[in-house]
Design a protein around this ligand. Structure first.
Ligand code: SAM
Length: 234
């Protein structure tokens, strides 16, 4: 379970209503049972349930069971899609180790406000399920044209380009060295003509192809992150 508090041995950690419900009614646990906690900073700890009510609970930290290990510094830049697909992207990207979910508004992006709060909640649940020890950050939406403005020079940008502008991802990224990375996926209608040219000001830009077929944006996200994760050996 993801908790906010610190995980020093002996600390009493509060559990919120959702967590109490899950432990009590889904896992049918009772005080005295052991649970695994993480806060995204201090690794994973074993804890013993102290109280477990309808609205809240508490657990006492017993020991550290896994140290905090660094996650890849990997951003996913994606054009917000319809609700269900955005949720899917947030969940799968978390499972595949991204450190930041960054919605990007492109010329053909549809839909209104990006539900960043909901994406953050999905990221927490996905991190708990896949037993990550960190939670990806969810950035506020930015426009694609504004990306080069304060782009960190050492971060390589991998653009998924379905128009044939990039080589096969495995060979293009064969020499991929660990380091700050970002992957950009376009919207359901694709990037508008000339839109990607605005990104040439970013020093390290690589276009890749994910094969001859046009993948849905959420499929493309899973495909590219799976390859990047395997190349990084993460
Ligand atoms: N341009 C396509 C069209 O109008 O049918 C749709 C774009 S596709 C649904 C959404 C995004 O997924 C693309 O902008 C690209 O980033 C990524 N993508 C899809 N298929 C891809 C492929 N074969 N290679 C690289 N990227 C791909």
């Amino acid at each position: 379970l993801h908790v906010a508090g610190d995980l020093t041995i002996g600390a009493e950690v509060a559990l919120d209503e959702g967590q109490a419900h899950y432990l009590r009614n889904v896992l049918r646990l009772t005080p005295g049972a052991r649970v695994a906690l993480f806060n995204g900073r201090d690794g994973e700890a074993a804890a013993e349930l102290q109280t477990l009510g309808k609205k809240s609970g508490s657990a006492r930290v017993l020991s550290q069971t896994r140290p905090q290990t660094p996650e890849p510094d990997l951003w996913l830049l994606f054009a917000p899609l319809k609700r269900a697909r955005v949720d899917f992207i947030a969940e799968k990207a978390t499972e595949l180790g991204v450190s930041r979910l960054a919605p990007v508004i492109t010329r053909r992006t549809q839909g209104g406000r990006v539900p960043t709060d909901r994406l953050a909640a999905i990221a927490v649940e996905a991190a708990e399920q896949c037993e990550r020890l960190s939670i990806p950050e969810v950035a506020e939406p930015v426009s694609l044209v504004d990306l080069p403005a304060d782009w960190p020079a050492e971060r390589r940008l991998i653009i998924c380009d379905e128009t044939g502008g990039g080589g096969p991802i495995a060979s293009v990224l064969a020499d991929l060295a660990p380091g700050p990375l970002a992957v950009l996926i376009g919207p359901e209608g694709g990037f508008a003509p000339g839109e990607l040219e605005t990104l040439t000001d970013i020093p390290l830009v690589t276009r890749v192809s994910l094969g001859p077929r046009i993948l849905r944006a959420d499929t493309a996200a899973v495909a590219v992150l799976s390859v990047v994760q395997s190349l990084l050996g993460d």
